[in-house]
Design a protein around this ligand. Sequence first.
Ligand code: HEM
Length: 265
Amino acid sequence: MSAPSPAVSRPLAWSARAWFVAALASQWIFAAYITWVLAWPLLLGDGEAVNRTPLITGHVAGDTLGNASLLGHVLAAAVLNAVGLAQLVPWLRQRFPGWHRRAGRVFMTLALVGVATGLYMTWLRGSRLGDVSAIAISLNGVLIVGAVVMAWRLARQRRFAEHRRWAIRAFLLVSGVWMLRLGLMGWILVNQGPNGNTAQLDGAFDVLWVFGCYLVPLAVAELYFRAERAGPAAQRATAGLLATCAGLTLLGTGAAFAFMWLPHF
Ligand code: HEM
């Protein structure tokens, strides 16, 4: 997940790295999809191409504010997914502290852009599949703002251990949208079809996962933070959990790639 401290056992450090590599590959694929399939055509003014993807509202002729929000949203999302994980690499932080600071400011600013445009599209433009998922992603947005503010303030106060934990939480919250897709598609793959899923995202599994996509990663991160300071048994158990998360991330990525992204490239 991030900077293994000296007390971290090898299995825990390696399982964190395994999850990191799986997530990096996955987020780069997602960033490529967002850039190529959504952001680029929107920049060229090709609304028709974008509307062939499963967006909720997409591009609407004459809706300047709505279209600008969508463009700002996907541009922010592309950058967040492309570079976000690099902020967690200890080697990069230590080697290039100036870069880490600048990239951190960019990440936090774009996260806030993503939340502001997302809230606008959900509640004012009417881009929502259903009320439950709209509430879940709005809560995700509010938590993003809270985690970004905490990470930012702690960095300015040079309280770096706490900053690291809040920055990881901010990253996982920003990644909720990505995790939502991996979880839904992975679930549909494993079940060989929808099972507790609806088009309004209010089936039993949907309701669990629209909140779980950011609450479960936050809970795993808390276990990891505790394991860093715990004994060998807790470290081994957490290592097993992170290795499982790495496997599930790969499974979800394969399913999201096959069902959601590849058909639109
Ligand atoms: C900051 C983290 C976020 C990222 C990285 C992100 C990413 C994305 C991406 C990639 C899409 C395109 C979906 C696709 O085609 O698969 C999208 C769409 C959307 N997002 Fe976000 N999002 C974030 C936060 C939010 C928040 C907090 C909200 C609402 C409160 C939100 C609301 C929306 C809406 C409504 C759409 C659909 C727009 C449409 O269909 O016209 N997003 N988001």
